[in-house]
Design a protein. Structure first.
Length: 192
């Protein structure tokens, strides 16, 4: 038999929201009706919870407005707790042998981010045109991009093929796939 009154923890478990979100909603006045049961214990009736869930979902679809189909889709995802990527989302598959590589584990966060960017921008010959200012595309400043490229070159992930003629043009870099794995270079190129 279901409980007639729920604690905040039980309410959050049944509705699928976090307690932090509940307290934020409580502060904003969006939480369901509650009453004190003494000893600083707050209880919520099951009827109040069901009414709150019904109103919350209807308000969500109204808030979205003209985007009706999108509102229904988001509502369905919120109810089932599923996430389906849209066409705008980009995913990069990172090979397991790269993640398990000790040299990759020693990289800084910005160098690892830059390495993945270089892998995604490479051509058939593993050559990448990438300058210090190109790091802004991935959220890195010029100095951070310089340090990350130096770190990648020191660890052997990249080698400089051609220097830029000016500071505006990008330099050419070659990705060294023999560093990524203990496999032979030909096999690592085929498997990447």
């Amino acid at each position: 038999m279901a409980k007639k009154f729920l604690s905040i923890k039980d309410f959050c478990n049944e509705t699928g929201i976090s307690r932090a979100l509940f307290y934020t909603m409580r502060k904003n006045g969006d939480a369901p009706a509650m009453f004190n049961a003494g000893n600083k214990r707050v209880l919520i009736s099951r009827e109040a919870m069901e009414e709150w869930v019904k109103n919350r979902h209807s308000l969500f679809s109204e808030r979205v407005g003209k985007r009706g189909r999108g509102a229904e889709k988001k509502l369905k995802q919120a109810k089932t707790n599923l996430f389906t990527p849209s066409n705008d989302d980009v995913f990069l598959v990172i090979p397991r042998y790269l993640v398990q590589n000790p040299a990759y584990a020693d990289l800084s966060g910005s160098a690892a981010k830059l390495l993945l960017a270089l892998i995604s921008k490479r051509d058939q010959n593993n050559i990448v045109s990438f300058g210090y200012r190109n790091g802004a595309e991935f959220g890195l400043s010029i100095n951070t991009t310089k340090r990350a490229l130096i770190d990648l070159a020191d660890k052997g992930f990249i080698t400089k093929a051609a220097s830029a003629m000016s500071c505006v043009e990008p330099s050419k870099w070659i990705l060294n796939f023999d560093v990524f794995t203990a496999k032979t270079v030909a096999k690592s190129r085929m498997s990447f």
